[in-house]
Design a binder for this molecule. Structure first.
Ligand code: XIL
Length: 350
């Protein structure tokens, strides 16, 4: 009998407790998503977007719209995609992503203007002189950045210009123009859209090592020459076997902050291949890598964005690039949240 009474009291209490707020004032329930939680920390939470998936997979599009507030075109804004011939620019696919982003109140990370990969044949085989290649680079930057003025306000201007041992990447830009090609690229991007935040973006330079030292020196030099660089993109393509230490990432972000530069994590994914532990354990370690790197970003005021290179294992570039199957992202191939997703939510809630 006593038990029954207690149960009834408990039930009544629960009813009153649940009803009370809505009786006194309207309660707006904000769904817990990555983007809504990230906003409370004033950082952007984003992903690269595969345009074929966006256009053909409804679950992909709805998850994207629900969870993220900044998108990076995975391929459709690259040089070969938008500038396939000397006098031809093709913006249709990139425009479609920009329209999607606008419809869902998302920002766009323009990616990228100057890189040694994704170059069309007419550039690779052009045998241009220094002056000709400079003019081509200027025309490319002016046309693309101006096309998206007022729509794309974050640009990866130069991508991957430094090698893993800290030398300058022997790209066509470096070979034909020389090391000052970076300065010109940033100056012209700034001229084409003075509002845009201009980034140097690279991988394997998240913590402190020879490459991040070289990038630190590179961007410091640019600032001393008055080049309009705004920040450094830390790609964060990593693995459960060799993720950078959180403290090292914080230290690297902080030394860039002292120079006056912002940082964004721009392309995070965490490979699980080459590890013999059971899957569940690997996913748990993967979850920690994601939350540790997010924690680093949240610990440093100048870290503005946490962007992953995709969000579902259904479409990840890793198997194509490594020739091994993998599952480096935060949703599985059926769009179920993996431990990594949960750990990011927890990190954002704390
Ligand atoms: C990758 C894409 O994900 C692939 O689909 C494409 O085949 C090659 O490029 N660093 C970058 C990205 O800055 O542009 C790369 O994207 C991944 C590594």
């Amino acid at each position: 009998m006593k038990r029954k009474i207690l149960a009834v009291i408990l039930l009544l209490y629960l009813l009153v407790a649940c009803a009370a707020p809505s009786a006194t004032k309207a309660v707006v329930r904000v769904p817990t998503t990555l983007r809504t939680l990230a906003q409370t920390h004033h950082i952007l939470l984003g992903t690269a977007v595969n345009m074929d998936a966006l256009q053909h997979d409804a679950a992909y599009a709805s998850t994207l719209a629900h969870e993220f507030d900044v998108v990076t075109p995975e391929n459709v804004m690259k040089f070969d995609a938008v500038h396939p011939e000397k006098d031809i620019f093709t913006f249709a696919k990139a425009d479609a992503l920009v329209a999607f982003a606008k419809a869902h109140d998302m920002q766009i990370r323009g990616h990228n203007l100057v890189w040694y990969q994704a170059l069309p044949k007419w550039i690779e085989n052009g045998s241009f002189t220094r002056d000709q290649l400079l003019a081509i680079m200027k025309d490319h930057i002016f046309t693309v950045v101006a096309h998206y003025r007022n729509q794309v306000n974050i640009w990866d201007v130069v991508n991957e210009a430094v090698t893993e041992d800290g030398k300058m990447q022997n790209s066509i830009w470096y070979r034909v123009i020389g090391p000052d090609y970076l300065d010109w690229a940033f100056r012209w991007a700034h001229e084409a859209n003075p509002q845009a935040h201009l980034f140097y973006n690279d991988y394997g330079a998240e913590g402190t090592n020879a490459k991040s030292d070289a990038i630190y020196a590179l961007v410091k030099g640019m600032l001393q020459r008055g080049v309009p660089i705004y920040g450094v993109g830390l790609q964060m393509h990593t693995s459960i076997l060799n993720a950078p230490a959180e403290q090292a990432v914080i230290a690297n972000m902080q030394r860039l902050a002292v120079l006056g530069l912002k940082v964004q994590i721009t392309e995070m994914d965490v490979q699980i291949q080459g590890d013999t532990r059971p899957m569940a354990q690997r996913f748990s370690v993967q979850a920690h890598v994601y939350s540790d790197m997010l924690a680093a970003c949240l610990a440093v005021k100048t870290c503005e964005a946490f962007v992953m290179w995709g969000f579902t294992d259904r479409y990840t570039w890793i198997p194509g690039a490594t020739k091994h199957s993998d599952a480096p992202l935060i949703f599985d191939t059926a769009y179920h949240a993996k431990p990594a997703y949960i750990s990011i939510i927890h990190e954002l809630k704390n």
